[in-house]
Design a protein around this ligand. Structure first.
Ligand SMILES: NC(=O)c1ccc[n+]([C@@H]2O[C@H](COP(=O)([O-])OP(=O)(O)OC[C@H]3O[C@@H](n4cnc5c(N)ncnc54)[C@H](O)[C@@H]3O)[C@@H](O)[C@H]2O)c1
Length: 294
């Protein structure tokens, strides 16, 4: 507890999935949190739960891929809590899977906007405040930005941008005392990795789990633990890192997960009360329709 005492953090995409876990974890560790999401996202619900548990949080709703709204989010943090120490660029989207010859151009554009513009706009807007506090940025990378995943190539490309961008920011801003890192998860137990609630086909879902040496998805809380370390002063010498939290998947070849006995596939119980029904990005959730184009 209190590993982030006195710190102020923005968590983008903080109302759902991994972002909900990061928001709640950071608040438990003493940070004041700006929980940021689209207006349709359940950010207010997450804020209420944090406050009920005795933590400090406010909601910011807007589209942070838009320059003015990203700047307004940073201003809201400083107005409410007086400073900004940590920016978590967690917001992202995963609208479709399919081979590149069939991949919908609109889905590609949607990812460029929400995975790349949002990370750039928030980092740009937050940097002057992070320089004042000698703060840090942690962004959502992915196994998909590191290795090739069939039928998932444009998503991986957007995460490859995030990896390279954070490394550059790390080198450039070291002289200002600002650190920048990525958490690169493997498959995580949010809406995205289940065929019923995300764009993965049954085959892709099976391969995703069995291709992971640990034979299971990570929990949002397990990923939030890594964000916590990188955002905290314990990581004071860590910058420009791609920190993989992936059950071994980026080092694997073949369906090793299928061989893991079921007793070793038990997820840790965790401490956070997470609302899985909130997972998935708002615009797509509304459409109630995912695209798998084979
Ligand atoms: N789930 C996984 O298996 C996995 C694996 C690797 C990396 N990641 C990364 O982790 C992050 C979170 O994934 P998740 O599964 O928790 O997703 P999620 O859909 O549950 O949560 C993401 C949230 O970000 C919000 N968001 C997206 N664009 C936004 C914008 N422009 N402005 C404001 N809010 C915006 C969405 O509405 C949504 O609420 C993503 O960046 C994703 O690429 C996820």
């Amino acid at each position: 507890m209190n590993r982030l005492a006195g710190k102020v953090a923005i968590v983008t995409g903080g109302g759902a999935g991994i972002g909900e876990a990061i928001s709640k974890k950071f608040a438990r560790e003493g940070a004041a949190v700006v929980v940021c999401g689209f207006p349709e996202d359940p950010v207010e619900a997450v804020v209420e739960e944090i406050q009920k548990a005795g933590g400090r949080a406010v909601a910011y709703t807007g589209d942070i891929s838009v320059q003015e709204q990203a700047e307004a989010c940073v201003k809201a943090a400083v107005k409410e809590f007086g400073q900004l120490d940590i920016l978590i660029n967690n917001a992202g989207v995963f609208p479709a899977t399919g081979t590149i010859d069939k991949y919908p151009v609109e889905a590609f554009q949607y990812m460029i906007k929400n995975n790349i513009y949002s990370c750039f706009m928030m980092t740009r807007a937050a940097m002057p405040e992070l320089q004042k506090t000698r703060g840090n940025v942690v962004s959502a990378g992915s196994e998909a930005g590191w290795m090739g995943i069939p039928e998932n190539t444009p998503y991986g490309g957007t995460k490859g941008f995030v990896h390279a961008f954070m490394k550059g920011v790390a080198v450039e801003q070291a002289k200002e005392g600002v650190r920048a890192n990525c958490v690169c998860p493997g498959p995580v137990d949010t809406a995205w990795t289940h065929k019923e609630t995300g764009p993965m086909s049954a085959k892709m879902e099976k391969q995703t789990v069995e291709g992971t040496p640990m034979g299971r998805r990570g929990t949002p809380e397990e990923i939030a633990n890594v964000y916590l370390f990188l955002a905290s002063d314990e990581a004071s010498y860590v910058t420009g890192a791609l920190f993989f939290a992936d059950g071994g998947v980026t080092n694997s070849k073949g369906p090793h997960g299928a061989e893991v006995p079921s007793k070793l596939k038990q997820e840790p119980e965790g401490e956070l009360d997470l609302k899985h029904e909130h997972d998935g990005h708002a615009e797509i959730r509304k459409q109630d329709q995912w695209q798998h184009l084979g």
